[in-house]
Design a binder for this molecule. Structure first.
Ligand SMILES: *[C@@H]1O[C@H](CO)[C@@H](O)[C@H](O)[C@H]1NC(C)=O
Ligand SMILES: *[C@@H]1O[C@H](CO)[C@@H](O)[C@H](O)[C@H]1NC(C)=O
Ligand SMILES: *[C@@H]1O[C@H](CO)[C@@H](O)[C@H](O)[C@H]1NC(C)=O
Ligand SMILES: *[C@@H]1O[C@H](CO)[C@@H](O)[C@H](O)[C@H]1NC(C)=O
Ligand SMILES: *[C@@H]1O[C@H](CO)[C@@H](O)[C@H](O)[C@H]1NC(C)=O
Ligand SMILES: *[C@@H]1O[C@H](CO)[C@@H](O)[C@H](O)[C@H]1NC(C)=O
Ligand SMILES: *[C@@H]1O[C@H](CO)[C@@H](O)[C@H](O)[C@H]1NC(C)=O
Ligand SMILES: *[C@@H]1O[C@H](CO)[C@@H](O)[C@H](O)[C@H]1NC(C)=O
Ligand SMILES: [Cu+2]
Length: 541
């Protein structure tokens, strides 16, 4: 009421009213068959799947009362949100909370100070790949680019098997079992296969569309293109960019890209669009493309322009994000602390395949890292308090950090940092081939997820200006579970001084029998005799 009155009084200068958007989410199991090929158990919300797309306006408070009706823990993570002052709403079990136990609840409250395209997903094991994921759009009060309509295209490589089965296969001690084939099937907005009509994009002549592309897969890389239509990139991972003409967009898991597409003037023809999975974890970079074709429709009865490989107007050039320039031109920070991380896959001494940073494979501590920060006094400054297996890295307040990730694998990996958008400062080949070196301009693009191709590295910079506990991990759901994660503990003093945990935090820990204080094992100080050290690399550390 007050809002309406105010805006009447100030009719000449429209003011933005922020509101509280409250959603009650009962998270439970359902059956679904999104591609018409395979009925399976999925995880949905309030008896429906897929979970609803969430759209709010900049400045709104989004509160989600999550109730867990599953038979295992769950949690919700708002991918790309910086969570300034609210690290305990970041939604990572073992890191920023204990997880929501079966029949438990947790209210996540998000102050939407950022704008653009994000997504909300479970962060318990590889659970989001069972369908607990949805786009989360924050409309800016003043969008920097003009367009007539906004469309969300959630792209996803969908497995016909439960995430736990796939993970069990990948973590088998048998090489034969590990290499048994499994493949993802392409879904667009949770539809695929024989359900193609439901993935049609309806265009009207002359209009300009903002297509928000999100990759919410478990593994792999997706690329997107439309026959005979130009696309201009205007946003990556919530950072608005100057328009850049591209012939296709490539996204790895976790990434988002908005493009502007201007429709044709006539309704004489319809056009094919493609959303192909072009690399995946199992067969490395040479894997055959898994093509997906659907329709940009101007008129129901118009003929379809569906080109062959030879006549297609869609080029598949490498999508170079280092060349993008943000609208708010900011210079990158310098380097006070250098964090080199070598990403590898190897068989460890438990005969299983693990993924690692610097040969350390992550396992979540018994006590969430945030609990340890808050309850171990001055010893919160000792990395050892958080346990070897959580791969803790302490960041001092307001220092300039450069994370250098060297991908020593034959697979691409998409690396995601919580709590920050990093400047993409440089990319290049690990073998030092200068021809492959790519520097950013003076105002590098900022992202929260970066694809690093095999045997390449990236230098990522950010300022440690956001106290909290933030995970860095490969966003391929299974790789993260196989250990490719590390924990940044940014400004432990400030976290301890400035954090009031919501009551549900300790309720949930108690229900799960997780200690409310202490180091990674729930003991005092550096007393960690029962800490699991392994598995270790076969060659030793
Ligand atoms: C679930 O929690 C509610 C409220 O705390 C409680 O009343 C109910 O008995 C619980 N149900 C089960 C199956 O534990
Ligand atoms: C949300 O963030 C803005 C900007 O930092 C701040 O002014 C405001 O007080 C915050 N609101 C809440 C409810 O935390
Ligand atoms: C999403 O990313 C994954 C891995 O990074 C990739 O394999 C997959 O093809 C991508 N899918 C789309 C639709 O971009
Ligand atoms: C629309 O038609 C006009 C006039 O024929 C032409 O100049 C313009 O380029 C067309 N626009 C598009 C997007 O095809
Ligand atoms: C377009 O052509 C490809 C290759 O011939 C075919 O597989 C696909 O089904 C066609 N798509 C549509 C929408 O007709
Ligand atoms: C990790 O192990 C590999 C293989 O044993 C070795 O070549 C490499 O130097 C190790 N890296 C680090 C950072 O310890
Ligand atoms: C990468 O591929 C090469 C060539 O096929 C092979 O020799 C090497 O062992 C592979 N490396 C890894 C880490 O899988
Ligand atoms: C610690 O918190 C208190 C109360 O909020 C505040 O006054 C003080 O400035 C904080 N100290 C530091 C070093 O942040
Ligand atoms: Cu990976």
């Amino acid at each position: 009421m007050r809002c309406a009155l105010l805006s009447l009084l100030m009719a000449a200068a429209p003011i933005a009213m922020s509101k509280r958007v409250e959603l009650n989410w009962d998270i439970g199991y359902l059956q679904a068959n999104p591609d018409g090929l395979n009925q399976r158990r999925v995880i949905g919300v309030n008896g429906k799947w897929p979970p609803p797309v969430i759209e709010v306006n900049e400045g709104d408070i989004l509160a989600i009362n999550a109730h867990n009706s599953l038979d295992e823990p769950t949690s919700l993570h708002a991918h790309g949100f910086h969570q300034v002052g609210t690290t305990y709403f970041d939604g990572v079990p073992g890191v920023t909370e204990c997880g929501i136990p079966p029949n438990g609840t947790f209210t996540y409250e998000y102050n939407t100070t950022q704008t653009g395209t994000y997504w909300l997903h479970a962060h318990y094991e590889a659970q989001y790949t069972d369908g607990l994921r949805t786009p989360l759009i924050i409309h800016a009060h003043k969008e920097p680019h003009r367009y007539d309509e906004d469309m969300v295209l959630m792209l996803e490589g969908w497995y016909h098997r439960n995430s736990k089965d796939v993970l069990q296969q990948l973590l088998s001690t048998s090489e034969y079992v590990r290499n048994l084939p499994f493949r993802p099937y392409m879904l667009v907005n949770s539809h695929g296969g024989s359900d193609l009509r439901r993935t049609t994009l309806k265009f009207q002549p002359g209009k300009t569309y903002r297509l928000r592309l999100l990759n919410v897969s478990a593994t792999g890389m997706v690329r997107f293109g439309i026959e005979q239509h130009e696309m201009y990139v205007i946003e990556v991972d919530g950072t608005a960019t100057e328009p850049k003409l591209v012939n296709n967009v490539q996204l790895s898991v976790g990434q988002r890209v908005s493009v502007l597409v201007t429709a044709k003037n006539t309704t004489e023809a319809n056009y094919a669009y493609y959303a192909d999975i072009f690399t995946d974890i199992q067969a490395g970079v040479e894997r055959a493309v898994l093509p997906f074709t659907s329709i940009v429709e101007y008129s129901k009865n118009a003929p379809l322009v569906n080109a062959t490989d030879k006549t297609s107007t869609v080029g598949w050039d490498f999508f170079e994000d280092v060349d993008l320039v943000p609208i708010d031109k900011q210079p990158p920070p310098g380097v006070n602390k250098w964090v080199p991380l070598e990403a590898r896959t190897a068989i460890f001494d438990d005969r299983r395949e693990h993924l690692s940073f610097n040969n350390r494979t992550y396992e979540k501590p018994t006590v969430p890292t945030l609990t340890s920060v808050l309850t171990t006094g001055y010893q919160a400054f000792y990395p050892d308090v958080y346990g070897f297996k959580s791969h803790p890295i302490i960041l001092d307040p307001m220092t300039d950090i450069e994370v250098a990730i060297f991908n020593m694998d034959n697979n691409s990996h998409p690396f995601h940092l919580h709590g920050h958008s990093f400047f993409v400062y440089r990319r290049g080949a690990v073998n030092n081939d200068p021809a492959q070196l790519r520097n950013s301009g003076p105002y590098p693009v900022r992202r929260d997820t970066i694809t690093i191709p095999p045997h390449e590295f990236a230098l990522l910079r950010f300022k440690a200006d956001n106290p909290g506990v933030w995970l860095l991990h490969c966003h391929m759901a299974f790789h993260a579970e196989q250990g490719m994660m590390a924990t940044f503990i940014e400004d432990p003093y400030y976290i301890r001084n400035g954090t009031n945990l919501p009551k549900e935090y300790s309720d949930n820990c108690k229900q799960m029998g997780i200690p409310l204080a202490g180091n990674a094992m729930g003991h005092n100080g550096l007393d960690l005799p029962d800490e699991p050290k392994g598995p270790l690399p076969l060659t030793g550390l």
